[in-house]
Design a protein around this ligand. Structure first.
Ligand SMILES: NCC(=O)N[C@@H](Cc1c[nH]cn1)C(=O)O
Ligand code: ZN
Ligand code: ZN
Length: 496
């Protein structure tokens, strides 16, 4: 039996134990956007640190500072850095993931407690963070554990960087990555991030692009306290009326952004790029099934993907301070904050997007002649990322998928954002591969988030084969050296 077959056998034998580990960490409600959960986020980071140390990794906890959140000053969660193996004759891979999760309440529409993992009769693991991003982060630990148990030498030196603020704009991380580039991260040959999803449910993919995200708050405030609408309705400028008007002026019902000049810098479509939309595991019927409703705007799959991958979008997220409880409270809220975000694409400039959006909201508000006060601000912006899927790092990922799933992967871009991706690429001057574990219907950020057992267990196998592939002495992974020679070597490797 070859090494990888032995590794697969151990992963299969450890299935229940790995699922139980996921259960243990889903039960830690590490919601980074909720100040009352900050101790849980920290606890989750320390869980990872302890488990990797138990396996023999060297780790370092970096505390990036304090944060103002919901009227409190609280510590930012620790960034957990690690080094598993330090053999100069091996290649070094850096993996990144996040251990924080989006908020989740049973009342949002979950069928079960979001922080209690349920292994259901469809062989799905349901719970907040199962796919985004606790399953994949745990996957790397399970991978190292399975190699150890199988008695196989770990193929590479593994460095890791796990953060607890990704769902809130990765506050504090960029500075740490740049600072550690020639310290903790020195010697890195390639980077891998597992924090996105397959395009469909059948064929795995490798991802070479992400949209950026700029997040905005619009606050409108008037009276010093909430008012009785019978006494004051019709006699005062209502903050909620102003805000709803402003929010309705941001995007039309077909998804077109109404901010002037916002599309100006979007990169033109090339013929080569257009070909990338053909032959993918993606169709509207399946998408409508995932949505459990046919609310798709566009007529063709290509159009839908272009609006997800290469065009900006603007979404309205919610209104803080608005009445949303059951019953018929007749209140005029005194202060409301509307939240929206813009997904950005090549070649948009986030600073320009921020300026255009804030100016437009202020101009629209001025037209209202309202006596309320407006504040509009960008609270975080993460940059888009676009790479080439021809690098040997991607070839190694493709070979791993072929071995485990018996099919070559789709090459995709992603509509979501992982703001730190571009920072890793720039600061380390290394190729970054996005190697997703979850499927298109996992419901990340939504209710009843899940990860299929198949994706979890086979995903751990993919990680192992990918490491084996990287370790082969065929092609240098680094960006340094003669570019032409490297391209020739890459082409030769693709042909192999
Ligand atoms: N799995 C990646 C992901 O969900 N990223 C978030 C990042 C983000 C930025 N601001 C708030 N969240 C995303 O929404 O794309
Ligand atoms: Zn994520
Ligand atoms: Zn997320």
């Amino acid at each position: 039996m070859d090494n990888l077959s032995k590794y697969f056998e151990v992963v299969d034998q450890s299935k229940q134990e790995f699922i139980d580990k996921l259960r243990e960490i889903v039960a830690i409600p590490s919601v980074s956007g909720d100040a009352t959960r900050r101790q849980d986020v920290i606890r989750m980071g320390l869980w990872l640190k302890e488990k990797w140390e138990a396996l023999g990794a060297e780790t370092k906890r970096v505390d990036p500072g304090m944060q103002e959140l919901q009227g409190q000053t609280i510590p930012l969660p620790p960034i957990i850095l690690g080094q598993y193996g330090n053999n100069p004759s091996k290649k070094t891979l850096l993996v990144y993931g996040h251990y924080d999760v989006q908020p989740a309440l049973k009342e949002d529409g979950w069928n079960t407690d979001p922080f209690e993992l349920v292994h259901n009769d469809k062989d799905q693991l349901v719970g907040r963070g199962a796919t985004d991003d606790k399953g994949p982060v745990l996957g790397w630990l399970c991978c190292a554990e399975a190699f150890k148990r199988a008695g196989i030498d770990f193929p590479v030196n593994l460095k890791f960087c796990f953060e607890g603020m990704e769902e809130c704009g990765s506050e504090g991380l960029e500075e740490v990555v740049r600072h550690e580039a020639d310290k903790w991260f020195s010697g890195t040959d390639a980077v891998c991030i597992s924090d996105n999803y397959w395009l469909g449910k059948n064929r795995p993919c490798l991802t070479y692009g992400l949209r950026g995200v700029s997040y905005f708050y619009i606050t409108v405030e008037g009276p010093s306290a909430d008012l009785h609408s019978g006494v004051f309705g019709g006699t005062v400028h209502e903050p909620m009326v102003d805000l709803v008007h402003l929010m309705s002026r941001l995007v039309d019902v077909k998804g077109k952004i109404l901010i002037p000049s916002i599309y100006e810098k979007v990169a033109p479509l090339t013929l080569a790029e257009e070909k990338a939309y053909d032959g993918l595991d993606f169709n509207h019927d399946d998408l409508a099934k995932d949505l459990r409703s046919n609310v798709i705007i566009h007529d063709s799959e290509k159009d839908t993907l272009m609006h997800r991958w290469r065009l900006p979008s603007l979404s309205l997220h919610g209104i803080e301070g608005a009445f949303y409880g059951p019953g018929e409270k007749t209140v005029i809220p005194a202060k409301v904050t509307g939240k929206f975000s813009i997904r950005t694409v090549p070649d948009m400039d986030p600073a320009e997007v921020d300026r255009l959006a804030c100016k437009y909201v202020a101009d629209e508000f001025a037209k209202l002649n309202s006596k309320n006060k407006l504040t509009v601000k960008m609270v975080h912006d993460g940059r888009w990322w676009y790479s080439s899927p021809e690098h040997p790092n991607f070839v190694a990922g493709a070979k791993a998928i072929e071995r485990v799933f018996g099919t070559s992967p789709d090459l995709t871009r992603e509509g979501g954002s992982i703001p730190i991706t571009l920072t890793f690429e720039e600061a380390l001057n290394r190729n970054v591969l996005l190697l997703p574990m979850g499927a298109s219907d996992d419901g990340a950020h939504s209710v009843n988030e899940k990860l299929d057992v198949r994706n979890f267990i086979e995903g751990i196998k993919v990680f192992g084969v990918y490491l084996e592939e990287l370790s082969k002495p065929r092609v240098p992974l680094t960006n340094s050296g003669d570019q032409q020679q490297q391209q020739q070597q890459q082409q030769q490797m693709v042909a192999e």
